[in-house]
Structures are given as structure tokens and as C-alpha cells.
Design a protein around this ligand. Sequence first.
Ligand code: ADP
Ligand code: ADP
Ligand code: MG
Length: 461
Amino acid sequence: MFKRILIANRGEIAVRVFRACRELDIEPVVVYSEADREALHVQLAEHSYCIGPASSAQSYLNTDAILTVAKAAHCDAIHPGYGFLSENAEFADECEKNGITWIGPSGDVIRMMGNKAAARELMKDAGVPVVPGSDGSVADAAEAKRIADEIGYPVLIKAAAGGGGRGMRKVFDPDQFEDLFEEARAESRACFNDDEMYLEKLVLNPHHIEFQIMADSCGNVVQLGERDCSIQRRGQKMIEETPSRVLTPELRERMGEAAVKAARAAGYVNAGTIEFVLDPSGEFYFIEMNTRIQVEHPITECVTGIDLVREQLRVASGLSLSFTQDDINLRGHAIECRINAEDPAHGFMPSPGLVDFVHLPGGYGVRVDTGLYAGCELPPYYDSLAAKLIVWAPTRLEAIRRMRRCLEEFVIDGPKTNIDVLHQIMYHPGFIRATYNTSFIDENLDTLLAWTNAADVQEEA
Ligand code: ADP
Ligand code: ADP
Ligand code: MG
């Protein structure tokens, strides 16, 4: 096992990985930007190094600074968390070249899956169902338009390098195709410095169902069940739950097998996620593979009893998985709410700043992964995720009731948050009956905001 691991990230995931290291008697080394001097991961750590100014380009994405620290501090491995460098194939290669183990799949696998148009082709060849669409990427708007006419509207224009819902446009009206194509391409250039585009048929009202997989270097690939992440705003997940109410045991089995097939086709090692859209008719299609630990991994940990970050470290150090497929028994129900420092009343605009006071919920079946503490500062430079509230209970209804109770207990004074909106969702009939799909937020946001507002007025009165 490793002696020292550098954690190349910040916020809740830096704390999450830090804890896994400590429990395995591995010394965690953390890094931080000038804006994060007082951050929780820095306060917890015995070894911490400043790697640059606030902007992530000069700090958390500063590969030279991070490698220099890793070498100077004698780290034998780097855990990238999610976001930042986690899907940077060149950096993964660079680490290995410097004799530092990359805790994740190889640079080649990251590269292959990082091009979503190429990943689609690989999956198609491996017999994993993909959404009807272009063969690989498209050269220009004219060619894309021809293919769109063939596959039929509505279509989804997607960036091959896409992530976080960026570089994507839905097209319902063929007359708007070219404009939307150029818009999506410009967004992809701006966000990912890449303008390779591809097309998929837009599946209407699908569920976003993803499978967690874990693979070791001895050839074992195991799937750890699904997560339903259909509660999304602008392609960004807000709430995730497992198991999904829409999967029959038979469908779960088939999708799980497809996920394992996909991971094998990619030659995958370490933790990864295979994302599918599930058509209301029951057909499912691969959309992408995320080659890293995912934000919503804790709900899988709750129902499987497996510490995924610990397994990541084991696998990266060359050990085999500590479980087999037969050991995976999903127990109970888990839900995660992403608590963001955002102002729902103003288009979910980021709301950073000083947190005067914070109270975290607790009790049986409750987990809060966060970097929050009273008096901390949420810097404006990074993602607005402030905390992840995860609950577990024997049944779905009990989990919903527990989540409501926890959201009522949660206090964050200072920045605006989406806590009240999440709380209203826990009372929405569409959520309670699990009849929701990825259109839920678009269709219900106005109602949810009105309810939130009414609840505020009532409280003030
Ligand atoms: P998930 O939430 O399912 O783990 P996301 O795609 O939302 O996956 O990404 C997780 C985190 O990584 C988010 O903080 C998001 O902002 C960030 N992220 C996603 N894609 C990129 C990218 N290409 N470059 C930088 N950050 C990204
Ligand atoms: P990202 O890399 O930004 O996460 P994804 O390919 O995972 O992009 O798509 C983001 C979200 O958009 C998905 O979670 C799903 O809700 C929706 N989506 C993606 N592809 C399709 C599709 N072909 N039809 C309908 N919805 C889709
Ligand atoms: Mg995705």
C-alpha cells in the first residue's frame, strides 16, 4: 500500500479522500490555492502546500506545481478527485512518467473515453446499445444537418469533449439547426478548447441511469448497481437516488451486464461510471463513461456497504478488489441532495461569501460530506457545491422522510442556498411517486419556487 498520497483537489472531495487515507494509515498531503488557505482540507492536514493564486488555471490545474510538490513531499501516488485534473490524460501520463501512481484509469483509457464521439463508436462495436446518431464526429454544420434529417428530429447536438452539461443543444425545429450547432460549438471551444461535435437522437423524457463499476488490474470487473440522477437542472445533477424505482430486477440485470461489457471494452481499471439514458419504453442507451470517482458515489456506498475511495486506493496499489460480483447485495435506499451556494430566486446565480454559522444535520442514516464550518469562506472562484447531504433508510419512503427532516435541520447563514428548493422537491408528488424524469425541473421549477416563496412568507408571518 501507499505511504503518502497527494490529494490534487479541494472542497468536500479533498476531505473525503483525506479521510480514506487516514483510515488506511496513509499520510495525506494536501494542496491549496491562495483563496483556500483556511479551507477545511488544509486545516485537517498535517502536510499542506500552497500551489498558486486563486484562479484554478494557476493552482488546482497547475500540473507543474502539483508534480513539484508530489516529488518534494515524497508522495507515491496522486488522487485527483473529480473535476479539475481528474480527466486529464496527459497529467495521468506525466505522473506515471515521474514514478507517481495515478489513482484512476490509465491516460490512454481517459483519452479514449474523454472523446465522447469516439467512446460511442467503441461501445457500438462492443455491442453496447448507443443512442442513434452520427458515426463518430461531424465535420461541419451542413454535414450535421444532413445526418439530423436522416435520424429525425428532435436531435441533440453534443460536444465530443463535453462535461457538466456544456456544449449541448436540443433541436426541435430543423430551421434552427445551424444556429444552435454554431452556438454549441462556440460553447465547446470556450469551455474545452475543442470544437469536435457529434449528434444523437434526443430521447424524450428519459431517465438518467448510471452504473457504478469497479475494476482491478487482475481482470475483475464488478458493477455496484445503479443511480437514478434524473433530477437535473441544465444537465447538472441536483438529486440522486439508488435503487431506481423504474428498473425491474430483470432490467437492472441487463443494464448492469451492459455496464460491465462497456468497462471491459474500454480495458478499464479503477472506479468508473457508465451513464445511460433510459427511454420511457424501457430501451436504454449508453451516453458516456466518466473515468473518475463521481460526486454522487456516497449513495452507492450506503446501499452496498463498500467504501469506493478505499477500493480506488487498493486497486491503484495493485491489490485486487476486496469483493466479487456475488458479494454485491443492495440494501435499503439512499438519496443524495447537492447543497449549492446559489440563489434560486435569481436564476441560481452563485452566492459565495462568509458562512457566519452552520448547523449540519445528523442522526441515524445521515452523512454530510462537506468542507463547511462556522466562519469559513466560500470563495467565488470554484464550483458552488457546498455540501452533499446523503441519507440512508430501509425503504424509499423512510429515506424521503429522513431527507425532509435533515433539510429542515440544515442551517447555512450567509450565502444563499438551494436547501428550500430541495425540501420542496421532497414533498412533490412527482418525486414521492417516482414518476419524474429528466424534464422534472424544467416542468416544475416555477411551482417549486412559488412554494418555496410561500413557505418563506409563512415563516416570516
Ligand atoms: P458528476 O456530477 O456526475 O460527477 P459532472 O459532469 O457534473 O459529473 O462533473 C463533476 C464535477 O466536475 C463538477 O464539479 C463539474 O463542474 C466538473 N467538471 C465536469 N466536467 C468538467 C470539465 N470538462 N472540466 C472541468 N470541470 C469539469
Ligand atoms: P455531460 O458530459 O455534460 O455529463 P452527458 O452526455 O452525460 O453530458 O449528458 C448530460 C445529460 O443530458 C444527461 O444526464 C441526460 O440527462 C441528458 N442527455 C444526454 N444525452 C441525451 C440524449 N441523447 N437524449 C436525451 N437526453 C440526453
Ligand atoms: Mg454525464
